[in-house]
Design a binder for this molecule. Sequence first.
Ligand code: URA
Ligand code: CA
Length: 442
Amino acid sequence: MRFYDLIIKKRDGQELTQEEINFMIKEYCEDRIPDYQMSAMLMAIYFKGMSKGEIKYLTMAMVNSGKIIDLSSIPGIKVDKHSTGGVGDTTTLALAPMVAAAGVPVAKISGRGLGHTGGTIDKLESIKGFKTELSLNKFIDIVKKVGASIISPTSDLAPADKKLYALRDVTGTIDSIPLIVGSIMSKKLAAGADAIVLDVTTGSGAFMQEYKDALKLGKIMVDIGLELGKETVAVVSNMDEPLGFAIGNSLEVKEAIEVLKNRGPEDLRNLCLVLGAHMLKLGRAAKNYEEGRNRLEKILKDGTGFNKFKEMIAAQGGNLEIIDNPELLPLAKYSTKIKAEISGYVQKIDSRLVGESAMLLGAGREKKESEIDLSVGIILKKKVGSKVNINEDLAEVYYNDSEKLKEAKNKLFSSFVIGDKKPKKLPLILATISKKGVKEFI
Ligand code: URA
Ligand code: CA
């Protein structure tokens, strides 16, 4: 088999066979296909797409490029959760302990942030002492004892994705549905859970800016999950404005703690309850969505979710004093505000621009190797629909380095659109997709 012929085949819009896809992934992982040829293939896939069969074979080949984590020694149905990426999205931090408190084990492998979106592992590292690189045995032990653990990926978890993602990132081929599905689902399947809840974000800060594309992505991911033997549910959520008020690593940890203390921003809390209710249902800890949601509301009220969070933090070496006194989390030296220049209602807060502004402050990575500053970030003072008067605060910026401050503030300011009329706000949850089909809420 010559890879050149496969490039031509895909370029001309033909379907690749399972054997050809296996060849492509294996040879690429073993450095027998050069990046320039794989780049051409990725671009051909970007333009010609892939059939459902091809996506399934791609996903399987990527899973098999590494090892599948064996979680079978953990009793119960293990349910995983994944988001396609958001801004200010702190759900995993609150959700994992909430769900564990309801008796569903959560063995979660999370990533670091890249570009304008944040990553759970970076956020957790703002808790002093917290270890995100544990052996698999230790990870499984913690899930058995505590019910939840969150670690960073091991090197043999879908290594094909690491290599392909890096190439996609520099060849303009990130936002291709088949490639996204292969990337996400291979990691989820390799992570070994029994069932998967996906948060497919849409709007300005998401990969899928258009709702119809997010819905399509969600449907294919659910199909592939089901085909490969995992019960899978996807929620399409609106990421047109950042989630909650906080954007930035330690600020988001503080915000997750607020949720666990039964406070916190309405949208973030709601997303945790929705995703969590689906996780409880898949984990057979609730008969239906409503029962799951009620159970989780109780877990927030009675503090068992917060206590579970503390157990998880302690099990991974984190300093509990910080969790009880979040003001001990790293905080930037300086802060400044951006203010409204006209009165009206907030029509839009472009989450991509907010994410990019936080990245300029140092909260995110421009490149994979970039160092990040865990203490910096943004606290929004207004959300879409808020009334605002001239000179009123729109957001507060926490920073250490003034070099890019002006640029960051300008970006943040430009993310706000203020107009006369109170806008109609889209619901947070736009659709849910399961084996029963699609339920739309707009
Ligand atoms: N998240 C991933 O992990 N992979 C993608 O390709 C896109 C989003
Ligand atoms: Ca947030």
